[in-house]
Ligand binder design. Structure first.
Ligand SMILES: Nc1nc2c(ncn2[C@@H]2O[C@H](COP(=O)(O)OP(=O)(O)OP(=O)(O)O)[C@@H](O)[C@H]2O)c(=O)[nH]1
Length: 721
C-alpha cells in the first residue's frame, strides 16, 4: 500500500466503515482473566482507609477561640501593651500601627523599638515610619538583648560593598573620621573622572537643590530648562552613597576593536586609550567653531499633535512655499492624489512618502526634511499623530531640540484631541519629558472657523494652562494662527483680511527662526544612538542616527554598546554629503567596518571606547507618573523607550514617593504610585542596555515607560547598579 494516500479523493464512508462499532463502546476482551486477577487492577473505594484513621482520636484539635489573644496572634504585642499600661483603645491603635509598619518594613526592626517609637510619636504612622527608617541602621546594628535579629541587611550597604570590590578606584572621602550614621554622603559630580569624589557633609546640611516636578523654576538658563525631572533631589541622594556610575572601564570591558581590514584582530586596550588621548589634544570646540562658526545654526524640530491636526499638510505647504519642492513635483502629486480621491492631502504627500501613508491618509513613520530660516538650518521631523505610532513619535522626539505642536481649531476637533485619550496632551507631555522646552503652538485650520479671534483665544486659554502645568515656561511657548491648507501666515504675514483685523504677530517661519539653538555638548565623550541600519553602496554597512554628544571622525575606532563590539568608522555623511567629521547635534550616516551587521541593532549606541557608555540591566530613576488608570506597584511590567530602543522592563522597587513641587521625600517605600505622582524607583530590564546617568549626559539619561500602548511615566536615570 502506498504510504501517501490521496486524501482529497478518499471516500470517508468507506474509510470509517466499522469504526462506529469500536469507538464509544467498551470492548469485550477475548482473553480470559480470573476475577481475583482483575481485582488487583480494579479500584475499590471500600478498600480505602477512612480519613478519620489518620487522626488520633485522643488528640483532637481544639477549635480556635477567637476571643483568646494567644490563639489569634495578638499575643505578639499584648505583653508590651500591659507593660505600658495602655487603655484598650490605645492598645488597638498600637496594634494597627504596628501592623502597618510591619507591612512596610517587614521584621527588620525589633518589636520593642517599634513600640517605643509608636508611643513616642503618639500613634502617628508617618512620623513613626520616618523615625524608624531614619534610625533603622543603628537599630539593626545594636539590637537590644533578646530582640529578634533583623532579617536582612540594608540593601544599599550590600551594593556599596559589592561596588567597592568591583570598582578599582576607591572613592575619596574628605572626612574619614565621620561615621556613616552621622553624615549625608553626596556624590559630587565629577564627570568622566576616573576617581569619583564623595563629599561628606554634616547632618542637616542642605546639599540638594529643591526643584519643582514639571514646573520650571523661573530664572533658569535656556539650556537648563530641560530638567523638568531633576534627579538631584533628597530622594536621589537616598542611593547616591556609592560613587560608581556603573561605567565600565575600557580594560574591564575587554574591548574588541577590529582592524579596518576586517581581520578579527582585537585592538589592545592600551592602543584604544592612546587613540582617546590623541583626541583629547584636539581642541574640539575650537575645531567646531572653525568649521561651523560661520554657518547658520542647526536646529532639529519635531512636529507633533493629534491625528489629522494637519501637521503634514502644514509642513508640506511650508516646504513648498520655501521652494524646497518644485512646481513640477507638486503638479505630479496633485494629479496622483486626485486619482486616489485624496486631493486634500496633496501637501501632506511631500512628507508622507510611502504608498500606505498616502492611501490611508495618515503619517506612520517620522517624515524628515530640511529648510532654512534667516538664521537657522532646520531639520524637520514630522511625527505621526495616530496613537498606534507613538513609539515612532517618541523616536522622532528624542532627536529634537524644539517642537511644533499643531492643534486643529475646528469646533469639536480641538476638544477631541485635547481631552484625555487624545494625543495633544500626551505628545506635549512626552516632548517635555524628553527635554524639549521650547514650543511653538500652531492653531491650525483657522479657515474652518472663519478666522475667529474668539476661537483662537479659547484654544490659547485652554492649552496655555495645560502647557504651564506640563512644565513649559510661558516665555518659551508661542501661539501662532495658521491654515496649512490655504498657506495663511506660514512664511509671510497674513493676507486674509479677517485674520489681519486682529493678528499682528509673527508668521510660522519667524516663530521657528526665533527658537534658541540649544548648546551642543561637543566636548563630552562621543555617543551616537542608532536609529536605522542599512546596507550601503560600498563595503561594510551603514548606521544612521544623531550624534548626541562629542564628535566623530572618519577612521575613528568606536565601541558598539551594549554589544561590546568594536568597529571602525569608514565614512560619514550628513544629508547624503560626505563629511570627515560630525559633531553633537548632527544627524549622520556612518559606514562601519570590522563588525558584523548582525551584531548591530536599532537602539544601540556607538561610543568612544576610552569612555564607553555604561551597560546595565538594573538602575534607579526618578519618574513622573502620567495620568494612568492603574497605580504602579512593585513588579509592574513596562516597555522602556530609550532613544530608539524598546526594551521589556520591570519596576522592581518603589524606593520613595516625592513631593511633586519640592522633590522632597514624602514617603519611603510606598506600596503603589498613583497618577501624577513623582517617585524614585528601581528598574530591571530583560537585557542589558546602554544608558547614562542624567547628570552626565541628559540626552541619554532620559526614558519613557509605556504599557499597552499608553505612556505611563517618564524618567531620568539617577543611579546605575
Ligand atoms: N480646512 C483645512 N483643512 C486642513 C488644514 N490642514 C490640513 N487639513 C486637512 O486635514 C486632513 C489631515 O491632514 P494631515 O496633514 O494629513 O494631518 P496630520 O496631522 O499630518 O495627520 P497624521 O500625521 O496622520 O496625524 C487633510 O484632509 C487635510 O487636507 C487646514 O488648514 N484647513
Amino acid at each position: 500500500m502506498s504510504r501517501h494516500r490521496i486524501v482529497r479523493a478518499m471516500d470517508y464512508s468507506e474509510e470509517y466503515d466499522g469504526f462506529d462499532d469500536v469507538y464509544g463502546h467498551s470492548v469485550e476482551d477475548d482473553n480470559c482473566i480470573s476475577p481475583s486477577d482483575a481485582a488487583q487492577f480494579m479500584f475499590d473505594r471500600t478498600r480505602q482507609p477512612q480519613m478519620s484513621a489518620f487522626f488520633n482520636e485522643e488528640n483532637d484539635i481544639a477549635e480556635e477561640d477567637e476571643s483568646n489573644p494567644e490563639r489569634s496572634g495578638q499575643v505578639r504585642h499584648s505583653g508590651v501593651c500591659q507593660r505600658h499600661g495602655l487603655s484598650e483603645v490605645d492598645e488597638a491603635r498600637l496594634r494597627s500601627c504596628l501592623e502597618e509598619i510591619h507591612n512596610v518594613i517587614g521584621d527588620s526592626v525589633p518589636e520593642q523599638i517599634l513600640v517605643d517609637t509608636v508611643l513616642q510619636n503618639e500613634f502617628n504612622l508617618e512620623k513613626v515610619l520616618d523615625a524608624v527608617l531614619s534610625n533603622a541602621p543603628s537599630a539593626a546594628e545594636k539590637p537590644p538583648a533578646g530582640a529578634p535579629k533583623p532579617q536582612r541587611e540594608k540593601r544599599s550597604r550590600d551594593r556599596g560593598a559589592k561596588r567597592a570590590t568591583a570598582v578599582p578606584d576607591k572613592p575619596r572621602i574628605d572626612d574619614s573620621s565621620t561615621s556613616d550614621k552621622q553624615i549625608g554622603v553626596v556624590l559630587e559630580e565629577n564627570k568622566f573622572a576616573s576617581t569619583p569624589v564623595v563629599k561628606v557633609v554634616p547632618p542637616g546640611t542642605k546639599t540638594i537643590s529643591i526643584t519643582k516636578g514639571f514646573d520650571v523654576a523661573p530664572g533658569k538658563s535656556q539650556t537648563d530648562c530641560s530638567d523638568n525631572l531633576k534627579p538631584d533631589s533628597d530622594a536621589s541622594s537616598l542611593r547616591s552613597q556609592s560613587p560608581s556610575s556603573g561605567r565600565i572601564s575600557p580594560a574591564s570591558t575587554g574591548v574588541d576593536i577590529t582592524d579596518s581590514s576586517s581581520d578579527s584582530k582585537a585592538l589592545p586596550a592600551r592602543e584604544a586609550r592612546t587613540a582617546g588621548r590623541s583626541r583629547d589634544k584636539v581642541d574640539v570646540l575650537a575645531q567646531y567653531l572653525q568649521e561651523r562658526g560661520h554657518s547658520k545654526e542647526q536646529l532639529h524640530m519635531v512636529v507633533i499633535g493629534h491625528v489629522d491636526a494637519g501637521k503634514s499638510t502644514l509642513m508640506g505647504h511650508l516646504l513648498y512655499r520655501l521652494g524646497q519642492v518644485t512646481k513640477k513635483i507638486m503638479h505630479k502629486y496633485e494629479q496622483e492624489s486626485k486619482k486616489l480621491g485624496k486631493q486634500s492631502f496633496v501637501y501632506a504627500w511631500i512628507l508622507d512618502e510611502t504608498g500606505e501613508e498616502r492611501s490611508r491618509g495618515i503619517t506612520m513613520d517620522v517624515g524628515q526634511s530640511k529648510f532654512e530660516t534667516a538664521t537657522k538650518v532646520v531639520t524637520l521631523l514630522d511625527a505621526p499623530g495616530h496613537k498606534d505610532f507613538i513609539p515612532n513619535m517618541i523616536m522622532g522626539a528624542t532627536q529634537a531640540d524644539v517642537a511644533l505642536l499643531v492643534v486643529d481649531a475646528t469646533r469639536g476637533e480641538f476638544e477631541t484631541g485635547f481631552e484625555s485619550g487624545g494625543q495633544t496632551r500626551e505628545h506635549a507631555l512626552l516632548v517635555r519629558s524628553l527635554g524639549v522646552c521650547q514650543l511653538g503652538v500652531v492653531v491650525n485650520k483657522l479657515d474652518t472657523v472663519g478666522w475667529s479671534q474668539e476661537r483662537f483665544q479659547e484654544v490659547v486659554g485652554k492649552l496655555g494652562a495645560f502647557l504651564k502645568q506640563a512644565g513649559f515656561r510661558e516665555s518659551d511657548v508661542t501661539f501662532v494662527p495658521c491654515s496649512g491648507l490655504t498657506g495663511e501666515n506660514l512664511v509671510s504675514p497674513p493676507s486674509e483680511d479677517m485674520l489681519l483685523q486682529w493678528y499682528k504677530g509673527p508668521c510660522l517661519l519667524d516663530v521657528v527662526d526665533k527658537f534658541k539653538s540649544p548648546e551642543r555638548p561637543i566636548s563630552k565623550p562621543f555617543r551616537l544612538s542608532i536609529n536605522d541600519i542599512f546596507k550601503g553602496t560600498g563595503s561594510g554597512f551603514c548606521v544612521s542616527g544623531r550624534v548626541e554628544t562629542g564628535m566623530v571622525q572618519v577612521g575613528d575606532k568606536v565601541l558598539v554598546q551594549p554589544q561590546n563590539e568594536g568597529a571602525i568608522i569608514k565614512a560619514l555623511s550628513i544629508d547624503d554629503v560626505a563629511v570627515q567629521v560630525a559633531y553633537a547635534g548632527d544627524q549622520v550616516s556612518a559606514t562601519l567596518s570590522g563588525i558584523d551587521m548582525q551584531n548591530v541593532s536599532v537602539g544601540y549606541i556607538l561610543c568612544d571606547p576610552t569612555q564607553p557608555i555604561p551597560v546595565t540591566s538594573h538602575f534607579e530613576a526618578r519618574i513622573v507618573v502620567f495620568d494612568t488608570k492603574l497605580p504602579i506597584t512593585k513588579g509592574y511590567s513596562v516597555i522602556l523607550h530609550h532613544q530608539s530602543l524598546l526594551e521589556q522592563a520591570v519596576i522592581t522597587n518603589l524606593v520613595a514617593q516625592l513631593h511633586k513641587s519640592s522633590g522632597e521625600v514624602v514617603k519611603r517605600r510606598p506600596r503603589c504610585l498613583m497618577r501624577n505622582s513623582n517617585a524614585v524607583v528601581e528598574l530591571q530590564t530583560s537585557h542589558p542596555i546602554s544608558i547614562e546617568l542624567y547628570k552626565d549626559i541628559k540626552e541619554l539619561g532620559r526614558f519613557m515607560l509605556r504599557v499597552g500602548g499608553v505612556t505611563v511615566a517618564a524618567g531620568l536615570v539617577t543611579q546605575i547598579f
